[in-house]
Design a binder for this molecule. Structure first.
Ligand SMILES: *Cc1c(COP(=O)(O)O)cnc(C)c1O
Length: 437
């Protein structure tokens, strides 16, 4: 086998990386340093200089079982022996069928049909297409807009960008080419109370534009990258009711929240509300391969072809990649065989208890937790490079953004490892309080 290694030494690799490779949301003129990871195992990331970091991010919600899991490794190795990939047009395979069976089984009963795609953003594109095509096929050709709530994040492709928070969504410069969708206010942070007045703006927008709106799209219970907002389940019940009353479909984007992260297998279970279309991704393969899915009800699936010939207009090259599907099957089985509910609820209790101390720091605005998600919101944007380095020096991997320092660790994390994460969050935030006065 060829030695695949980049030429030179670790210092040169870092330089090459900075000079030639974009990382998420970075500049080629002012590149930020990236740490070189040489391996990952359990909850640990090992850097090329030998340092081991406890991972607080699960590689952006994905690595729920930790890294280098023997069962996930074995599944993908086994699949590799029969086939790495085949096209999905006109062909099918057991990994896709087995994964679809599990997704249909685990999600709410009306969701019966699965579209596999290559990333979360694409699954949102597909969900939007499904909704517009559904109404088109019923002759309601004006229903092409979407209604959402501020503070959302649905991905980086154009259709998905169009429903991200218009200010926070990191996409302002594209507003001229994005479809003009409708935005209701950001939902109130959940403090256990509910007031019907909170839904009024949403209701007015929906009722006033019902003839133009194809669907409402939202992240149930937890808004992720748009601000890590946690909101009351009553919102979901109201969204469902208002959508039904106004002939509008309801799309839930559970790309971040799916597969147990909020303490329920899917966040919509907190409200016992079922969407017409559901987007899944991120943790679906336990962090091994990029794969996402858009699920829908028979009503929507058949409705898309109501005019007798309509087909769903999408078909990615790597649709239902067998390696990804096979590891997805294994990840789901592993999750269901594990005491995940107990693990996630223990993590929640510990996060609530241990992050509480952060409230006393002058730079801290709010602390909130749900399931295996712990968020500390700061009063001013964090100094990213400084804070990132402090975390690494303390042996943890936590990647803050904006005014958010947050963790969503692998479910297998031990109480001691979790204390190390929360303790370091407090320590570094306390240092930063001193630093900014
Ligand atoms: C990450 C995310 C997406 C986008 O998924 P990608 O795989 O990054 O394209 C969409 N919606 C939500 C809620 C997400 O958290």
């Amino acid at each position: 086998m060829n030695d695949f290694k980049a030429s030179g030494n670790p210092e040169r690799w870092r330089e090459y990386d900075q000079k030639h490779i974009w990382h998420p949301y970075t500049s080629m003129r002012h590149p930020l340093p990236a740490y070189t990871v040489s391996s990952a195992d359990g909850v640990f990331l090992t850097l090329d200089d030998g340092r081991r970091l406890i991972d607080g991010m699960s590689s952006w919600w994905t690595a729920i079982h930790g890294y280098n899991h023997p069962r996930l490794n074995a599944a993908i190795e086994e699949q590799l022996k029969s086939m790495a990939h085949v096209m999905f047009g006109g062909l099918t395979h057991q990994p896709a069928i087995a994964l679809a069976e599990r997704l249909v089984e685990l999600t709410a009963r009306p969701l019966q049909h699965v579209f596999f795609c290559d990333s979360g953003s694409v699954s949102v594109e597909v969900a939007i297409k499904m909704a517009i095509q559904y109404w088109f096929a019923q002759g309601r050709t004006n229903k092409q807009r979407l209604l959402t709530i501020r503070g959302g994040y649905h991905g980086d492709t154009f259709g998905a960008m169009g429903v991200c928070d218009p200010v926070n969504g990191m996409h302002q410069m594209f507003s001229g080419v994005l479809p003009q969708h409708l935005f209701a206010p950001k939902p109130h942070r959940d403090d256990g109370t509910w007031d019907d007045a909170w839904i009024k703006d949403f209701k007015d927008l929906l009722e006033n534009h019902r003839d133009e709106i194809a669907a409402v799209i939202i992240e149930p219970i937890v808004q992720g990258a748009g601000g890590m907002n946690i909101y009351h389940a009553e919102y979901l019940r109201k969204f469902r009711q208002l959508c039904d009353e106004n002939d509008v479909l309801l799309i839930f984007d559970e790309i971040a929240t799916g597969f147990g992260r909020t303490g329920k297998l899917f966040a919509y279970e907190h409200a016992e509300v079922v969407p017409d279309i559901l987007c899944l991704g991120k943790a679906m393969t336990g962090g091994y391969m990029t794969l996402a899915a858009t699920l829908t009800s028979t009503k929507v699936a058949e409705g898309i072809s109501a005019d007798g010939q309509g087909v769903l207009m999408h078909g990615p090259t790597f649709m239902a990649n067998p390696l990804a599907c096979r590891v997805g099957v294994e990840s789901i089985d592993l999750l269901l065989e594990s005491p995940w509910q107990e693990r996630v609820s223990n993590i929640e209790l510990q996060l609530k208890k241990e992050l509480e101390a952060c409230r006393n720091l002058s730079v801290v605005e709010d602390v909130r937790c749900i399931g295996a998600i712990g968020v500390v919101e700061t009063t001013i944007p964090v100094e990213m490079p400084w804070m990132q380095e402090r975390f690494v020096e303390n042996g943890v991997w936590i990647r803050p953004f904006g005014r958010l320092v947050y963790i969503m660790p692998p479910y297998i994390i031990t109480p001691e490892q979790l204390s190390k994460l929360t303790g370091t969050m407090y320590k570094v935030l306390a240092e930063w309080s001193e630093r900014v006065g």
